[in-house]
Design a protein around this ligand. Structure first.
Ligand SMILES: NC(=O)c1ccc[n+]([C@@H]2O[C@H](COP(=O)([O-])OP(=O)(O)OC[C@H]3O[C@@H](n4cnc5c(N)ncnc54)[C@H](O)[C@@H]3O)[C@@H](O)[C@H]2O)c1
Length: 420
């Protein structure tokens, strides 16, 4: 791949920014985002998602961060890494992709390749993105421009598997595009490229990865609920089952975020479009979405009116500050509607963002609480010393340790220790 190629990365979030920075080690990169504040921060070397360090952000002279589409006019590749959320009715919301593609349409150069990385259902690249590009540019697909799909497979907070050591799946509209796009990614991805025969295969491969995880966790969540109903220890059940080599080990818990909690709906939509009724894919969502209510019922059974609750952990998973679609926050909102007082704390979450998005004010833990709910197993909480936990509790405090991370440390101290 010639080094004089220019790459536009559109959408500089969790996915787009690390990708843009990696490409900038070899190519000229235009990092484009519509969020003026985000672009201003990046220019100053601040990445509020904590994926890229200040040093790495400021190190490259090959990258510009911009909100001006005209800066993308010379680009040979346009890589889209914009959000793909769901609507209030759990339908895929492709409006952000549409808006971004309209912007690209205005600056598309002849013979360029547009690559979608956002998670979508099979068919979005060819049946949704291409028509928008054709309608709004002066170009025809496969004559004047080409498309490919290559899903991003990073996990937020993951330190071992990062962008360059995860195999990259690539599907394209022709053999020649597949070769070009594979070469492009191959120049930065050390783990190698997995080429597939079509764009739809690549799109499906990503959505099913996340749907599979959702279903596996839903299964252990149901096992947990069933075990508790049978008055047996669900942890012990799972630990015992795990001793067989082919038992798949997952932990019960809250499943949120913008991937696992969302992608099954994208997959189900693909089925609907061809009159195929998916049976298992959304069953996982039903079980996992019911976990906050299951926990609330338990809290209501155990706590008296006006009890003081300390709620620890608000992000959608451990060791990240991302609060999008967090089920811990769903649980807080349900608790707030009841007759309790609640202090919420998460050392990883941005307090201003939390207040703005969910009207939740964070308070550092103080005094003693009738109940502690440890919802997200951030390292900071896992490492808390026994004495520090005891300082926040009374002898009869109720401890809901959703992930069971304090089990060995303190469960013997409380009659009311409960984990999933
Ligand atoms: N976060 C992850 O770990 C992860 C992992 C794998 C796949 N994905 C998928 O990647 C996609 C992006 O996710 P993310 O977490 O990086 O999202 P994000 O919200 O962190 O970042 C998206 C960025 O796109 C920008 N944007 C929105 N509309 C735009 C437009 N019209 N033009 C240019 N920029 C625009 C936003 O301002 C934001 O900075 C989603 O489809 C997601 O499902 C995410």
């Amino acid at each position: 791949m010639s080094l004089n190629k220019e790459i536009a990365v559109i959408g500089l979030g969790y996915v787009g920014l690390p990708l843009a920075i990696e490409f900038a080690k070899k190519y000229k990169v235009v990092g484009f985002d519509i969020d003026k504040i985000r672009v201003k921060e990046l220019k100053k070397g601040t990445d509020r998602t904590n994926e890229v360090s200040k040093k790495n952000l400021l190190a490259s002279s090959n990258i510009i961060f911009t909100t001006d589409p005209n800066n993308m006019k010379n680009c040979d590749f346009f890589i889209l890494t914009v959000p793909t959320p769901i609507t209030k009715n759990n339908k895929p919301d492709l409006s952000i992709i549409k808006k971004a593609v309209m912007i690209i349409s205005q600056v598309l150069k002849e013979n360029s390749i547009v690559i979608l990385e956002s998670t979508v259902y099979p068919g979005v690249t060819e049946n949704f993105l291409v028509p928008i590009l054709e309608k709004n540019s002066k170009f025809k697909h496969k004559k004047n421009f080409f498309v490919a799909y290559s899903p991003e497979r990073i996990n937020p907070g993951e330190t071992k598997y990062k962008l360059t050591n995860i195999k990259k799946v690539v599907g394209a509209d022709s053999r020649s595009t597949l070769v070009k796009v594979s070469k492009l990614y191959g120049s930065i991805i050390k783990a190698g490229i997995h080429k597939v025969s079509s764009i739809k295969v690549a799109e499906a491969s990503k959505a099913i990865e996340n749907a599979q995880r959702d279903i596996n966790i839903a299964f252990v969540n149901e096992v947990m609920m069933l075990s508790k109903a049978l008055k047996i220890n669900s942890n012990e059940v799972l630990e015992a089952a795990k001793t067989k080599w082919n038992f798949l080990s997952f932990k019960p818990g809250l499943v949120g975020g913008h991937c696992i909690g969302v992608d099954p709906y994208y997959l189900a939509e693909a089925g609907k479009k061809v009159n195929f009724d998916t049976k298992i894919i959304l069953a996982g969502r039903t079980v996992n979405d019911s976990v906050p209510d299951y926990l609330l019922k338990n809290i209501n059974r155990k706590l008296k009116k006006n009890s003081k609750i300390l709620f620890l952990g608000l992000s959608f998973k451990e060791d990240v500050g991302d609060i999008r679609n967090s089920k811990a926050i769903v649980l807080v909102q349900k608790i707030k509607k009841k007759n309790y007082t609640i202090d919420c704390y998460d050392p990883r979450v941005n307090a201003q963002e939390l207040k703005k998005e969910y009207s939740i004010v964070m308070n550092k833990p103080k005094s003693k609480y009738d109940c502690i709910i440890l919802a997200v197993a951030h390292k900071e909480f896992v490492k808390m010393k026994k004495q520090d936990i005891l300082k926040l509790t009374k002898d009869d405090s109720y401890i809901i340790d959703i992930k069971g991370v304090w089990n060995k440390k303190i469960s013997h101290k409380f009659n009311n220790y409960w984990c999933l």
